[in-house]
Ligand binder design. Sequence first.
Ligand SMILES: Cc1cc2nc3c(=O)[nH]c(=O)nc-3n(C[C@H](O)[C@H](O)[C@H](O)COP(=O)(O)O)c2cc1C
Length: 432
Amino acid sequence: MNLQPAQPEKLNAWERVILPDVPGLQKIDFYLANGGYKALKKALELKPEEVIEEVKKSNLRGRGGACFPTGLKWSFMPKKSDKPKYLCVNGDESEPGTFKDRQIFEFNPHLLIEGTLIACYAMGMTAAYIYIRGEYGKWIRMLQKALDDACANGFVGDKILGTDFSTHITIHRGAGAYICGEESSLMNSIEGQRGYPRVKPPFPAQNGLWGCPTTINNVETISNIPVIIKNGWKWYSQVGAVKHPGPLLVGVSGHVNNPGVFEMPTGEPLLEIIHKWAGGVPGNKGIKAVIPGGSSTMMLRGDQLEGIRMDVDSLKAAGSSVGTAGIIVMDSDTDLIQVITRITEFYYRESCGQCTPCREGTVWMYKILKRFEQYQAVAEDIDLLMDIANNIEGNTICALGDAAAWPVQSMIRRFRDEFEKRVHESQHRVVA
Ligand SMILES: Cc1cc2nc3c(=O)[nH]c(=O)nc-3n(C[C@H](O)[C@H](O)[C@H](O)COP(=O)(O)O)c2cc1C
């Protein structure tokens, strides 16, 4: 797995800004020597509402899965509050196929810290929590070192850079639950409660962490903030796709010669990402299926990828979504029944159990898929599976239920032949 921020030479026209090609950037001296913390200085010279306006006009959309406009989210925060306001930076990164935030922890942690500070200044927060996946021990240590250096250099803490702005940042490690990446479970987890999602409304901007106004943003989203402030909203909004602009960290895994995380502008053609950036499919095999944005996004047929681009509109039109831009490529020899069974097992095991459709539905989908996998399914099982998925979707407090239903629904819609073939093989199988 290529976990260095590397890029094929021929595609180097894009000068990386989230993971620049500068070795040693994780050290504060190098970061400062390369213009680090200048965006913070610039932001502190603006009024907080001007910073929010800049982010709004940039058209930055969240990189945590839902592509929600970040400036709009920030504007939901009350300007005045008699309670403290909080920022939660979401680095739980537990979606199968997604491994891009850890590149930021490793190669450019000060960019994340700088973005966190600017976000706190813009929304009037005096405390931020960076929530990291518990299994990321190495990356937690790296981020902690960067944070300690930022504190020692006066960028984090009281009266930052001699102004009246003060903010403290705490790193909070998760304990191995995918559900704690969901924003309201994440807040419960920080509070020391069980990681159950909360019913919305009230939304976090009104009633979040400890009942106080809170904003939750993904690590990559926050790392885009210094880039916007430094280069201005106009520059940023012209990078990549118009309605979903900016640099995008795209993780490619599965059947490709050069798996890894690549920084590129949004809107790159999916086939180009697979063949040029990720080096194509081993043995020049065909592509049977692609999951474009982490395991919860709708599966696409390999023979229908022409013209699809990595941006919100293009993938929506293709019947899927950008999600966390974690592309999983499956070659023509892949047993998709095994794939969907494994994905569904993940959601069944990670369901927190709070909502009945998700708790019961995921286990039933898994049991039925196991029947397919073990050549024991009958034709009626295909529609039964679809019926269960349809009854989970939209009927749960959080989107884990949808995340479990979508891969199953899309696979039945787009690869019904795989299920039918399995039923046929089950009926004609000679068991010794
Ligand atoms: C089950 C589940 C797991 C999630 N895991 C993550 C995660 O690991 N990281 C993340 O940023 N967002 C995750 N999300 C999305 C968050 O709830 C939230 O939308 C996101 O952090 C907002 O950040 P953004 O607006 O910057 O994209 C998850 C959502 C669900 C339903």
